[in-house]
Design a binder for this molecule. Sequence first.
Ligand SMILES: C[S@@+](CC[C@H](N)C(=O)[O-])C[C@H]1O[C@@H](n2cnc3c(N)ncnc32)[C@H](O)[C@@H]1O
Length: 366
Amino acid sequence: MDLFAGPGGLDVAAEKLGVPTVGIEWDGAACTTRRAAGLATIEGDVRHYGPSDFPDADVLAGGPPCQTFTVAGGGAGRRALDDVLAFIKRMVAREPRDQIDRDLAKMEDERTGLVLEPLRWALEAIDSDNPYKAIVLEQVPAVLPVWEAYEEALRGEGYATDSRILRTEEYGVPQTRKRAVLIARKDTEKVSLPEATHRPYRKGVGRESGDGRLDPWVSMADVLDRPYLFQVISNYGTGGDPKARGRRGSWEPSATVTGKISRNRIVSTTGEELERFTFSEAGRLQTFPSDYPWSGNDIGQQIGNAVPPRLAIHVLSAAFEWGSPSDDVLGKLAFWNGARSDQAPAAVGRVPRKRAELAPMAAVRS
Ligand SMILES: C[S@@+](CC[C@H](N)C(=O)[O-])C[C@H]1O[C@@H](n2cnc3c(N)ncnc32)[C@H](O)[C@@H]1O
């Protein structure tokens, strides 16, 4: 059960692991991509649904949109975080939903309520004696304090939990991106986020140096079919200084893929302007299959929003207690349909509305 499902980064990972998914997503463009990919999708607001609408789902996953909680003390960020933490306590104390909803409606930032949605789903499932076996949540690093409060809440409900910041290049993603990830597991004593498989990237440090037990990080050149060296010049300057725009070479992992990736310039080593990243290439930097049928508007934003499926395969495998994923499973990310994207079906099915119309969900191996 994937809340705030976006174009399907988490779902692609789950499907490749053989776990059927259903996602709730309200953005029409992201839903267009999901349907083109054949992912079961409810186009709607997560707040209008609950676990009783999907009684067969036994894993809860999600990446709710969040405020930036700047935790350096003081300021609006700290207050926003304090508000969220106070709501978590009230929810755990099982204060009636209408009372909590009333106070949430008074909050200036609607995202305060959205970041609490996975907890509402988890607690409602527990209270109806159908708790999720595993829970997986992902967001930007600033959300880690919220995941820590979630951990405390979920431990009190009988879950083992783990949360920390993961660096995507340490899991073989050809991109540096940091994410705060939480996993929780019912009926087990201890659950642990996956161990790194690849070395961390450090500017100016060669990929062969470092811990010999780990694989070297993966570069852009390793996954893209561009038979020449190039440099990517980021759209963003450091501190607004255009001269300080970040540069990454094709022999390095990509900088974090954002919704603005198509604004990045690509130049040859002699400074010649080259073709910018296609959507397929940007998707590959996020470890989406090269033929993923990106569709609808603002595809750059959809790509930038997603969890890299390769990271998600590692995280889901840890949450399911399946151990490290095999190369065979990870290799399945190369293709979605096994055809080029221009040969993929334009759309598959329609939006399932009622429970009976959803694809059946098999129980996850426990
Ligand atoms: C960070 S993205 C999630 C990406 C996703 N986990 C993936 O891997 O592709 C957050 C998504 O939440 C969606 N969203 C925001 N508020 C929502 C709501 N109330 N109900 C449903 N979807 C919502 C946004 O449109 C966005 O696509």
